[in-house]
Design a protein around this ligand. Structure first.
Ligand code: ADP
Ligand code: ZN
Length: 223
């Protein structure tokens, strides 16, 4: 099978592994809709909604936001007509078995099963260095790095000229906690999707373009 509007993917993997970058590529080239729980939470925080205020108290410490509100927020997006029409790439959700179970039920009810769950892996040391120094565009979501992928003009996006920002949870203590939480929670999720024959694990190298092609190839494989 190749990618089509009915392609529905989960991208799993540690913070900094490159889910956001791949998600952007899959969006611009295949027209799949990226749905990132982190991006939605940051939007809620910026708009200072009740959910945003609640989420912020967890996010700034690198901890998970409680399942109930997270599931409710993600379901709202997943149920939209747009998502039904375009297919999606989920990034950052599900992060717990409870979330995965809930998602399973929703997709069953909507008759829109998952195509694949793609897990990206990378050494913790590399992850740490990628996360410290990371910059994101406030407008288009493009991702930069002060050392490995600096913007052409300091502080401004090459693509859309908007200001770049450093995420408040890209501080060393919060980064360490996010990696801890990730290692504590990933195994049961991996098992969950392995049992459903959906899991593909890919090592994320240095080259996003090359990884993108391996992701596309894996969509054609029968696990
Ligand atoms: P990263 O994967 O780089 O840590 P995200 O942008 O995916 O970053 O998430 C940022 C933060 O938002 C997480 O550390 C967590 O606090 C919260 N968050 C995102 N997705 C979820 C989720 N599915 N369940 C609970 N908390 C979440
Ligand atoms: Zn931009």
């Amino acid at each position: 099978m190749t990618a089509s509007p009915r392609t529905r993917l989960i991208l799993m993997g540690a913070p900094g592994v490159g889910k956001g970058t791949q998600s952007n590529l899959l969006e611009s080239r295949l027209g799949l809709l990226p749905i990132s729980s982190g991006v939605i939470f940051r939007g809620e925080i910026e708009a200072q909604t009740d959910l945003g205020r609640l989420a912020q108290s967890y996010i700034q410490h690198g901890q998970l936001v409680p399942n109930g509100v997270t599931i409710e927020m993600m379901f709202k997006r997943l149920r939209s007509d747009e998502v039904r029409r375009h297919g999606f790439i989920l990034d950052g959700f599900p992060r717990t078995v409870r979330q995965a179970d809930a998602l399973d039920e929703l997709l069953l009810e909507m008759e829109t099963p998952l195509t694949k769950v793609i897990e990206l892996t990378l050494d913790d040391k590399v992850l740490m260095s990628r996360l410290s120094g990371r910059l994101g565009c406030t407008k288009c979501g493009e991702i930069y790095h002060s050392v490995t992928k600096p913007p052409k003009r300091e502080g401004l996006c090459d693509r859309c000229n908007s200001p770049l920002f450093v995420r408040s949870d890209d501080k060393p203590e919060a980064i360490r906690e996010r990696l801890n939480v990730f290692h504590k929670t990933i195994e049961p999720l991996r098992l969950f999707y392995q049992q459903r024959n959906l899991l593909v694990t890919l090592e994320a190298g240095e080259d996003p373009e090359e990884l993108y092609h391996r992701i596309i190839d894996s969509l054609a494989s029968h696990n």
